[in-house]
Write a protein that binds this ligand. Structure first.
Ligand SMILES: [Zn+2]
Length: 257
């Protein structure tokens, strides 16, 4: 049993309170203490306790005001300023709380779900189906061509940031097939020599980023205009504005695995 939807005790617990894409933090930028999170209990949409890590996760509505002395910080900024162990704890609670919030009824029969007594799952008392937390695999890749690397600017980007190519794995695909397909769709290029680099949980809402290096094989860049605003080869001594340290794109570009 990993997740309880009731809190046995707040004392000495790490607690993570999420508001949309924000996390409640103290003046030092760390996750708020359990007492501060508990003070918002009157407006919790969801609260759960993880019996594996001993952490508490809570979701509050978008109009929630932080307690005095605390603030809501964008989760990516939190991730970029904490280590992998802490980020994993926070991501896990964001994932579980979001899952409980968005999975209230059985997708097969519409009956309200309840937490399973043993499995880390929701069960349907009507039809017996189990529903597990979703993890959506997403590939991200840095493509090299000699001394150059390929970076892309997303159409949703407003800050001039160039990042690595990324996309969701489709049903039945291998990771390598997904990578080749995404590269082809977004840039028109073919790649070879795909090497696994590392991974990162990214709970927005439930992605698992799987990072790879790949080498250019053939083709000229033809961008997918619905997704990509610009894609170019950059020399390492003349790189554009890039994702912040802590992101897996930054780790790929800087070889930090
Ligand atoms: Zn059902």
């Amino acid at each position: 049993m990993a997740i309880l939807n009731e809190i046995r005790s707040w004392t000495g617990k790490r607690a993570y309170c999420f508001r949309g894409r924000d996390i409640l933090t103290d003046k030092g930028g760390d996750a708020a203490d359990a007492e501060a999170v508990a003070s918002l209990a009157f407006c919790f949409k969801v609260v759960c306790e993880d019996t594996v890590t001993g952490c508490i996760g809570a979701l509050v509505p978008q109009d929630t005001v932080a307690p005095t002395g605390y603030t809501f910080t964008p989760i990516p900024a939190y991730f970029f300023s904490h280590d992998e162990q802490e980020n994993t704890r926070a991501a896990r609670m964001k994932g579980y709380a979001g899952w409980l919030d968005s999975t209230r009824f059985c997708p097969a029969c519409g009956h309200p779900l309840r937490l399973h007594a043993v499995e880390n799952a929701l069960e349907c008392p009507e039809c017996g189906r189990l529903h597990f937390p979703r993890v959506e695999p997403c590939i991200i890749t840095l493509i090299s061509r000699g001394d150059e690397i390929l970076l892309l600017r997303n159409v949703r980007d407003t800050k001039g940031i160039y990042a690595c190519l990324a996309g969701f794995v489709e049903v039945g695909e291998t990771l390598e097939q997904a990578l080749r397909r995404e590269v082809r769709e977004e840039t028109g290029l073919e790649v070879q020599n795909i090497r696994y680099a590392g991974s990162q949980g990214w709970p927005f809402p439930d992605q698992l980023m799987l990072a790879f290096y790949a080498d250019y094989k053939s083709g000229e860049i033809v961008i997918q205009e619905s997704e990509i605003a610009d894609a170019r080869w950059f020399r390492r001594e003349a790189l554009p504005p890039m994702p912040a340290p802590g992101s897996i794109a930054w780790r790929l570009i800087n070889g930090r695995f």
